[in-house]
Design a binder for this molecule. Structure first.
Ligand code: SAH
Ligand code: SF4
Ligand code: F3S
Length: 475
């Protein structure tokens, strides 16, 4: 079925802003500053969406608070990627009956990827009567209309119809961090990896126009943001739906040439669409962080085929070799699934050997979780849970050993880091590759790029000493 992207018009978003103004005026007339709490599950894409939800809530006169207790609006932005994620949402949603009982004015909304599953929204409609409104990711931009209807008409409101997918520009945003910003460059996914629910719940791949992305990045840099991460489920296929002659590498190089002191990152890359042009672009521009998240999922060709990943082990390894040839300092991370249906011990051993061969800086490890409606959920899966858990533990143990030795290798190195916060009297910073560094120093350094020398390492973080500008080592 041909499904076209709809661009939400300026009139449509202006209408939403007018509804925000009405809601805000209502609270003002009551002399109340209402509170709103947004809880986010899942990936950075959801974090970025939550920042827009908070933006719309602030536009409606709400102050953002940090807990459901006492909040006038609670929004749960959900994730459907694994069964466990869904169970957590249902558990926490149940608990909101109590916060609502203690604060009768509380309105509860549920949105995000789970609401793209018709069975889930139906379950909420039937069994969670304390939920006032539900909307899928396609309807995020219409949240003011949903809130308006719930507040003023008093009707439970469900905006969950499956849509081809839309792109709305100009939604207000309240960012959670003053130094680091997410910029969604595309929505949805066309890959249909056989285990994954994302294409079903987030719809077809659609790209924002390059002008809109560049304008957002320019604004962020002007506001003092130092670390910009471009987001998409498969950033390497950016622009394919636009026909404007700008692919992801072109977009990256345009942003990397903007004036200002910032680092540019992106995620996620799909090995099927990543290639030399991308890696050459990364290598060329100092403002592009030499960091790559390149999920491999499995080291075995049969499993990769069953996963519908469209690359094999050899192709993946040659991509990594190319990337490291042009960027020797590259920090490489990945995702892997253990216990895909029918995965044998030998096939799992291929995954371990790939991890050993590549030597990732960090790995995000998952046990296969069947998602209803995906092809993998219907595949035969004879491996007992205990075996999967054992494989998972073996994989984590191997990666911890590798992470620790890669961290140890940083000792003595001089690196540029962005000081981004303070924790237990020490400053925290991130290397260009995204590694966490702890160091001593004044809080006034937060927000600055500084040179450090690494003096210690654990599996999870590095310890550093700041080098005073001018080259003298202060420690
Ligand atoms: N778009 C990204 C990742 C999306 S989800 C990509 O293609 O890489 C993040 C990770 O969750 C995936 O990379 C995969 O490793 C894991 N994942 C997705 N579906 C899963 C499932 N059904 N069971 C277990 N892990 C899953
Ligand atoms: Fe899911 Fe695959 Fe799309 Fe990633 S590329 S979101 S794993 S279908
Ligand atoms: Fe979860 Fe949706 Fe992200 S399913 S991982 S929040 S795209």
């Amino acid at each position: 079925m041909e499904r076209k992207t709809t661009y939400i018009t300026k009139e449509q978003t202006d209408r939403q802003m007018a509804l925000c103004a009405e809601i805000s005026a209502f609270w003002q007339s009551q002399d109340i500053t209402p509170l709103a709490y947004v809880e986010t599950y899942g990936c950075q894409q959801n974090e970025a969406d939550s920042e827009r939800i908070r933006g719309m809530l602030v536009e409606c006169g709400y102050s953002i608070c940090q807990q459901a207790e006492g909040a006038d609006v609670v929004v749960m932005n959900t994730c459907a990627i694994r069964e466990h994620a869904e169970q957590r949402v249902f558990g926490n949603l149940g608990a909101l009956t109590h916060t609502k009982r203690r604060h009768a004015r509380q309105k509860i909304f549920v949105c995000g990827c789970m609401m793209g599953e018709p069975t889930v929204s139906a379950r909420i409609q039937k069994s969670y009567p304390h939920v006032d409104g539900v909307f899928s990711t396609h309807h995020l931009w219409e949240f003011p209309a949903i809130l308006h209807r719930v507040l003023f008409i008093g009707k439970r409101t469900f905006f969950v119809e499956d849509q081809a997918g839309s792109i709305a520009e100009g939604i207000p945003v309240v960012r959670s961090n003053h130094l680091k910003a997410w910029v969604s460059i595309m929505y949805g996914c066309n890959n249909f990896c056989s285990y994954c629910i994302v294409p079903y719940v987030r719809g077809r791949e659609r790209s924002r126009k390059p002008e809109a992305i560049l304008a957002e990045c320019r604004e962020l840099i002007a506001q003092g943001y130092k670390d910009i991460t471009l987001l998409g489920q498969n950033v390497n296929s950016y622009g394919k739906d636009l026909d404007c002659g700008v692919d992801f590498s072109d977009l990256l190089s345009q942003i990397a040439q903007l004036p200002g002191d910032f680092l540019l990152r992106f995620m996620t890359s799909h090995p099927r669409d990543a290639g030399p042009k991308l890696f050459d672009t990364m290598a060329k521009y100092p403002k592009i962080a030499k960091q790559l998240h390149l999920p491999f999922q499995s080291g075995n060709d049969r499993v990769l085929k069953a996963m519908n990943r469209h690359y094999d082990r050899a192709q993946y390894l040659s991509l990594v070799t190319y990337a490291r040839t042009v960027m020797p300092e590259l920090v490489l991370t990945s995702d892997v699934i253990v216990g895909f249906p029918g995965e044998t011990e030998e096939e799992f051993a291929d995954t371990l050997s790939l991890i050993e061969t590549v030597g990732y800086d960090a790995l995000f490890t998952f046990i296969f979780s069947p998602r209803p409606g995906t092809p993998a959920a219907k595949m035969d899966d004879p491996t007992p849970k205990a075996d999967k858990n054992r494989r998972f533990d073996a994989l984590c143990a191997l990666q911890n050993k590798i992470s620790e030795s890669r961290h140890q290798a940083y000792i003595g190195k001089r690196l540029r880091v962005l000081i981004d916060g303070q924790e237990d009297k020490l400053l925290t910073a991130r290397t260009e590759g995204g590694r966490l560094v702890r160091l001593e120093g004044a809080p006034s350094l937060i927000g600055q790029f500084e040179e450090v020398v690494i003096t210690g390492a654990t599996t999870w973080s590095l310890v550093g000493t700041r080098i005073e500008k001018g080259g003298e080592n202060n420690g």
